[in-house]
Design a protein around this ligand. Structure first.
Ligand code: ATP
Ligand code: PAU
Ligand code: K
Length: 257
């Protein structure tokens, strides 16, 4: 059974994949100091609670935080008796090589999103991922990652805003009733919500124009379904896209050996 681990700058998601479907998915805060033993205790207690009675013998990891990889390797080695595949490392092959400037270390999550989206939808895609950063990944017709856009994440900008301005509270993102806020929180929520709608609309339109073709836009990440309520931003919203991409890359590497 495969354990797929998607480690972002904020959260780390663990999913168990039985070859056909995800049996369970659990999320924890990303913390590079968490040890293999701690991961294992946490994971096994959740598995027991949800009666996921399987043996994990394969692990794939995507980590945007390089420092977490060490302890995840120890976890795989000590408790699951295997060497993990780590996306971005030379031993992990990708279905299609990215085409970017030499020396660019593309975030593994973006490579994984690319592989997952291409597997489901074929080429000419824009993947919009609302994580710690808001990223747009452009996928060519052959499935190659050919670049994109990195913007501050929604939570990052709201947190920075709260810290920088003495009179501004912390707010959660929601879809405001109206654009014109009549109190501070509503004003800030409107700025965050419609601001990001505008960002995604403008950038996807410009990407399509720059490439001179129609492209399918896929939204993923925790806030994608919220932003999908604001406008016709996406052709699809797929919350499990990154996890799906991990299973695609894992299968690809297995087939090579
Ligand atoms: N309505 C909401 N308001 C604020 N945050 C939300 C809301 N819905 C979901 N989220 C946040 O979205 C995030 C889940 O998205 P996702 O896993 O894609 O990103 P992340 O974990 O923050 O980033 P990364 O993958 O870079 O670590 C969670 O942090 C969750 O708190
Ligand atoms: C942009 C983030 C932080 C999004 O998770 C990650 O993909 C990353 O650290 N990327 C490295 C830079 C790049 O992708 O070009
Ligand atoms: K993510």
């Amino acid at each position: 059974m495969l354990l797929a681990i998607d480690c972002g700058n904020t959260n780390t998601v663990f999913s168990i994949w039985d070859g056909t479907r995800f049996l369970a998915t659990w999320r924890t805060k990303t913390d590079w100091q968490r040890t293999a033993d701690q991961y294992f205790v946490w994971l096994t207690s959740l598995m027991q609670m949800q009666k996921v009675d399987v043996t994990i013998n394969e692990v794939i990891v995507s980590a945007t935080v390089p420092r977490v990889v060490f302890n995840l390797r120890v976890l795989a080695d000590r408790y699951f008796n295997c060497r993990p595949i780590v996306v971005g490392k030379p031993e992990c092959k990708l279905p299609t090589q990215p085409r970017v400037d030499p020396g660019t270390a593309v975030g593994p999550d973006r490579l994984v999103n690319t592989a997952g989206a291409f597997d489901r939808h074929g080429g000419n895609l824009i993947v919009v991922d609302f994580g710690t950063a808001t990223t747009l990944d452009v996928v060519d017709d052959d499935g190659a990652y050919v670049g994109g856009v990195i913007a501050p994440g929604v939570m990052v900008s709201l947190e920075a805003f709260h810290m920088a301005a003495a009179a501004l509270p912390h707010v959660d993102v929601t879809k405001p009733e109206r654009v014109i806020g009549t109190n501070t929180v509503a004003c800030m929520q409107s700025g965050a919500f419609w601001g990001y709608i505008g960002l995604v609309k403008e950038i996807t339109a410009r990407i399509k124009a720059e490439r001179g073709r129609q492209m399918t836009v896929i939204g993923t990440g925790g806030l994608a379904s919220l932003f999908a309520q604001g406008d016709q931003l996406f052709d699809r919203v797929e919350d499990d896209l990154t996890m799906h991409g991990l299973t695609v890359i894992h299968q690809y590497n297995k087939d090579l050996t």
